[in-house]
Structure formats: C-alpha cells, structure tokens
Ligand binder design. Structure first.
Ligand code: BGC
Length: 480
C-alpha cells in the first residue's frame, strides 16, 4: 500500500537516530520515576533512625510519594495540553532536580514528607507526559519500541536505586546514608533538563494548536520525506475540532471504550501485585525462609536486574508480534508465577527449601510482567486515545494506575496478616486471570497502526478502517 510504503524505508539513518535519541532523552523521565519510587526501600531503615519514625510514619514515608503521583497525574493532562509536551518535561526536570537536593537536606520529617509529595507530583506527571511525547514523535512502525524506552528506563531506575542504596549504605560520603540516596536523582534530572532543551516539541501538539508550520518543521527534522503525508493525516484527524479535550468527552459513546481499556489496564497492572514485589521483595524473601537480610537484599537485586532484562524482550517483539500476544502470554506467566509463590508459602516442604523456590517463582512472575503488562499498559495508554483527548486520556489512566498502586501497597502487609501469604498471592493470581480475559476480549491490536487509524477504530465502533490509498488519508467518522 502506498501509504504504508511511504512510512517505511524513506528515512535516512541519521534521521532515525534522532528519533531514538530524542525518545531516550524523554525516557529519562521514566528513569526518575523508577529511581524515586525504588529508592525508599533502602533509605527507609536510615530514615527511621534519623527521624525516630513510628510504624505509621514509616508507612507514610513510603506511600506519600504515591499520593503526590496521583495529584501529578491529574495536573499533567491539562499542563501538557496548555504548555506543550516539551515545556512540561523541562518544568518536570527542574522539579525533579530541586526536589532531589532539597529532600536530601530535609531538616524535619514533615519537610521530608512535603518534598516527597512534590517529587511524587513530578513522577505522576512524567509517567503520563513521557509516553505521550514519544508516541507523538515516533514513526508508527517503531512507536511501540520507542514508547517502551520509558518502561525500560523505569526498570533501570528501580534496579539502580537498589544498587545506589547498597552503595551509600556502606559509603555515605560523610552524610547520613539516606541523604546521598535521594540527592543522586538530581543527576538524571539535570540530564533530562539539558536534553529536553535541545529536543523538539511534537508535531501533533503544534497541529492541535493550529501551528502547522511548526508541525511541518518538526516533522522535517525527525521524519524526513514523510512530512506531507503525516501532516495530511494529522490534519484530517484534528482539523474538525482543535480545541482541548475534556475529561467529560472521554465518556462520549464510542470513545468511552478507549477509556475502559486504558483505565482497566491501569488498574489491572497494579492489581496483579507488581509493587508488592518491587517495594517488599526483601520482606517476601525473609518470610519465605531466606536466612539473612543481606541474602534477601541480594536476591532483590537479582529481581531488579531480571526486570530490566525482560523489558528488552518487549522492546524487541512489541512491533513484530504485537501488543496482544505479549499481554496474553504475560498474563498466563504471571498467573503461573503467583500460583507457585502461593504454594511455596502453603506447603511446608517447599518453604523449607529456602530461597530457591521463592526466587524461581518471583522470577517467572517478574519476567512475565516485564514483557507484558509493565510496558504494554504505558504504551497503550499513550496510543489508544484520539489526539485531542490523548493527554487527558493518558492522564486519567495514569491517575487510576497510581491510585491502585497506592491501594495495593498500603494493603499488602495487612492482607498478609489477615489471610496469609498464600491467599494474598492467589488473590493477585485471580486478578491475573481477570487481566487475561480483559486483554483477550477488549484490547485492540495497535501494532503498526497510525495514531489516527486507532482513533478511527473507536469512532467506527471498534472496527478497523483502512487508509484510503489514493489520498493516503484515513477517514475518521465522527458520528457521536
Ligand atoms: C509500573 C510500576 C512498577 C514498575 C515495575 C511499571 O510499569 O507502573 O508501578 O513499579 O512497572 O517495573
């Protein structure tokens, strides 16, 4: 098809690289997300000493960042539309950098909490702005891979935070160990700031503001010969109405299904229990019979590295096998991992085996999450909403994701106390099964589709409409 041909093969390697580099720079926002959520696991012990924390204050120290992230997700959609993706990311880089330094020098616990909430606002905003930014500059054939840069960066951020925590716990540079742990986030913050200064705004944001010349210039710089075609397609999708989308519009009859998919995946991504592993892995290992804290922390670091490496599977296959294959196989893998994990705690013989079974079960689980729900949720939340509702749509899914992250994290220990480890993990397995059915029945395959084709899919009552070969434009039908 002429349209498809035009979107492949005409780009020079130089221009391709610039898309990769630009996406990698924006993905630093994801690295900060991963680092700033992961760092608390190792810092906790030292914060308790410095501020003499009660168990409740300890919970507050862990979860306040998630409250900030929820606020960030709410603000992000609007700010992202008004200022543009680039300026929003520059602002976030400043917030992350100052936040990191000020947190490190918090004189009191209250001050610390306020700063963690502020950094959380940055994390929640970045989580929705970064995928939108990348999806809007990426050519459709490699969009999946590029958006997954963000999840890769999140997992690297988490793994690095485990290692940095270990490092500063031993060599605190003459400070209290938790201080350099938090301050270290200023480095990716500065890199994000500098990188975004030299990165372009997205053509789709320019177009949504009627700035077609700017849109053309950006497309010229990153997509070469595709410029005219891309402009026509973007134009057809948004020319009818270039005002900003509102939350209410997400509930309009046909678009509502996109919201159901975005928000449903957001909730299920958390209800399969991923962050009980990310935040509490050392505790899980200890209660599964691992003898020492050091061995538990080491096992946790292994989980962190496996998380990063398995995200690479998604990176290589998402644009070839598609989103659905990854999601469906990942859900099956997670269910298997969680069922085994429950059994480890249920059958005394297995538990006596120590770390071996627990580590094996957690690794099956993490690998399966890391190539499916982890990256694919963020990817779909950035690509399934129509251009003018994309920011607010992604922000809504992100908000729900943080809310459910918060709910799972604050209830995990109480659940274990109330029903025991086995039933807790089996409960997450039930959510894994719900996620499996949800993905099979409701999630569309967006591999290789233009963002505007995906928009037309919803508008046509969940049917794919082709690209008209003569005009090379798609005809979204705005029936609602
Ligand atoms: C999730 C996070 C999680 C991380 C683990 C992300 O996709 O949204 O909540 O901590 O994956 O790798």
């Amino acid at each position: 098809m002429a349209f498809e041909k035009a979107t492949t093969g005409t780009r020079s390697p130089q221009r391709q690289r610039s898309v990769y580099l630009t996406s990698a720079i924006a993905a630093l926002g994801g690295l900060l997300f991963g680092y700033d959520t992961g760092v608390i696991s190792g810092a906790q012990l030292f914060l308790i000493d410095t501020f003499h924390l009660s168990p409740q204050q300890q919970e507050l120290a862990v979860s306040c960042v998630l409250v900030g992230a929820m606020i960030g997700a709410v603000i992000a959609g609007r700010v992202n539309d008004i200022l543009g993706r680039k300026k929003t990311l520059i602002g976030l880089a400043i917030l992350f950098t100052l936040g990191a330094i000020l947190t490190a020098f918090s004189p009191t616990f209250i001050f610390f909490i306020i700063l963690r909430v502020i950094v959380g606002i940055g994390i929640g905003s970045a989580a929705s702005v970064v995928p939108v930014y990348i999806s809007e500059i990426a050519p459709s054939q490699i969009r999946g891979k590029l958006v997954i840069f963000q999840q890769l960066a999140i997992t690297i951020g988490i793994a690095v935070s485990y290692w940095i925590d270990l490092l500063f716990a031993r060599y605190p540079l003459g400070l209290l160990p938790w201080q350099p742990m938090f301050a270290a986030a200023a480095i990716p913050g500065i890199l994000l700031f500098v990188g975004m200064l030299v990165s372009p705004e997205t053509p789709r944001w320019y177009a949504s503001k009627g700035r077609w010349e700017d849109a053309r210039r950006t497309l010229d710089s990153i997509k070469g010969a595709d410029t005219e075609r891309e402009l026509t397609i973007i134009h057809d999708a948004i020319v009818i109405d270039s005002s900003q989308g509102t939350l209410k519009e997400l509930f309009a009859p046909r678009i509502r299904m996109a919201l159901v998919v975005g928000v449903g995946l957001a909730a299920l991504q958390q209800f399969v229990g991923i962050n009980t592993v990310i935040y509490y892995a050392p505790i899980i290992f200890r209660s599964a019979g691992v003898a020492t804290a050091n061995a538990a922390i080491l096992a946790t670091s292994v989980v962190g590295v496996v998380n990063v490496l398995s995200t690479l599977i998604a990176l290589s296959f998402v644009d070839r096998l598609g989103r659905r294959v990854l999601l469906i196989s990942g859900c099956i893998g997670m269910i298997i991992g969680l069922v085994i994990l429950g059994l480890v705690f249920f059958i005394p013989g297995l538990r006596a085996g120590g770390a071996g079974f627990t580590l094996a079960a957690l690794i099956i689980y993490i690998i399966s999450f890391a190539f499916s729900m982890g990256p694919v949720f963020w990817l779909l939340s950035a690509e399934i909403f129509p251009t003018r509702l994309r920011a607010v749509g992604a922000a809504s899914s992100t908000f729900v994701n943080w809310l459910c992250n918060f709910l799972v994290s604050v209830t995990f220990l109480s659940l274990v106390g109330a029903i025991g480890e086995s039933y807790t993990f089996w409960l997450y397995a039930v959510f894994g099964f719900i996620a499996l059915v949800f993905c099979i029945r409701l999630v569309p395959e967006t591999k290789g589709k233009k963002l505007e084709e995906i928009e037309a899919y919803w508008m046509n009552g969940r049917k794919w409409v082709g690209v008209a070969p003569q005009s090379n434009t798609i005809q979204p039908q705005r029936g609602d």
